[in-house]
Design a protein. Sequence first.
Lengths: 89, 343
Amino acid sequence: MNASERPRLGRGVRLRREGDGSAMLLVPEGALMLNGTAAATLELLDGHRTVGDIAGALAERFDVDVERAQRETGELLQRLAERRFVELP
Amino acid sequence: MTAPRALSLLCELTYRCNLACPYCYNPLDLRRFRDELTTAEWSRVLAEAAAMGVVQVHFSGGEPLLRTDLYELIAAAHGAELYANLITQGTFLDDAAADRLLAAGLDHVQISIQAPDEGLADWIAGARVHARKLDALRRIAGRNVALTLNCVLHHDNHDSVDAVIALAERLGVGRLELANVQFYGWAFRNRSALVPTREQIRRTGAAVDAARGRLRGRMEIVYVASDYFSDFPKPCMNGWGSTFLTVAPNGDVLPCPAASAISGMRFDNVREGSLATIWAESEAFQRYRGTGWMPEPCRSCARREIDWGGCRCQAFLVAGDAGLTDPACSLSPHHARLQALHE
Ligand SMILES: C[S@@+](CC[C@H](N)C(=O)[O-])C[C@H]1O[C@@H](n2cnc3c(N)ncnc32)[C@H](O)[C@@H]1O
Ligand code: SF4
Ligand code: SF4
């Protein structure tokens, strides 16, 4: 997914935080356990922030270089978009 | 063994329905379920489910919109932070109902059709309802809620699969579920008329693959295979008592929606105990949880934690004992009985 896109969660998709800090993505007919990076990424989607903004914030938060964060964030969001868990406005 | 965390609750609010689909998996003998839980009892079930860690609730039946308290129950689920899913055939889904469902906090609706064209659809449903169902689909597609179109595939409509996909595209639904008929309840009774041919299964598989490629990112197609045509069984319920539980209209708590057909199995009822205790301790849930109950060939099979020995209800219906390897498995000594149906 391009750095300039402004993704948001798909219709009927909800992010849920558990008491222990772990997170799940609730989707029609199922729940997916998320790892820490995926949860942190999805938490930032609001239809306004760009993929670039999100990757920048994650790079800072997890102390990785921006280029890698860009690539990984784009890939993750692309995969989720193919299943319509993430959509572009 | 200690109970894992239940994540998903199916509330079968009623088995009443105005249609008569020959493929319906609902139980044949409805007398036992006539004394339906009250609104207060269902609300308690939802609160208990949320407290024990369930995250998603599916309202189904029968036709759930025949329960006038459906909106209240969806609101209760939503209030308890449960993801609320409605599974309906749509014949009662008018504008007012749609407004109330959305206001109650519904997350997702699944609407089923019997076939893509009116004549065949109404013939399968046993009533003139297809046009009304299409109205419901358009109504929901135009609102801010996720929508799945569902069509159960069997001998009489397998050949219409391309038209079902085209209809889903025209309606603009985000998700299409094409489910091969699973043989429980009425479907088991009517199995010889419903079972598709091997050629139908092959052609539909190819049509689904092609459509998936073409529609990637626009529409998700969920294809539920037919275990009558596979070498290995489905991982039914992802393992008995592992994540799913069903509450039947009368409050019986079932490890699988089809389990009430297993004669001799006793089910605890939410009127007499808490959902959490029943999930963790009831005999019905304990009986086939994990792998300890397994006979050969499952016991020593490398796939035992992939498919969990398949479906207990199917083992009961086809092989006469819920504690046997699912006869859909090619390694089952009863596999020939299941194959006899379509060969
Ligand atoms: C039992 S129905 C109840 C909800 C509603 N009456 C309806 O038909 O949409 C639940 C869902 O299961 C599907 N279904 C019914 N019988 C089935 C079967 N034998 N195999 C697979 N799916 C089935 C229906 O199409 C529907 O999507
Ligand atoms: S599948 Fe649904 S609509 Fe058809 S008879 Fe069963 S409950 Fe009614
Ligand atoms: S023998 Fe049992 S565990 Fe092995 S594939 Fe068949 S059903 Fe699954």
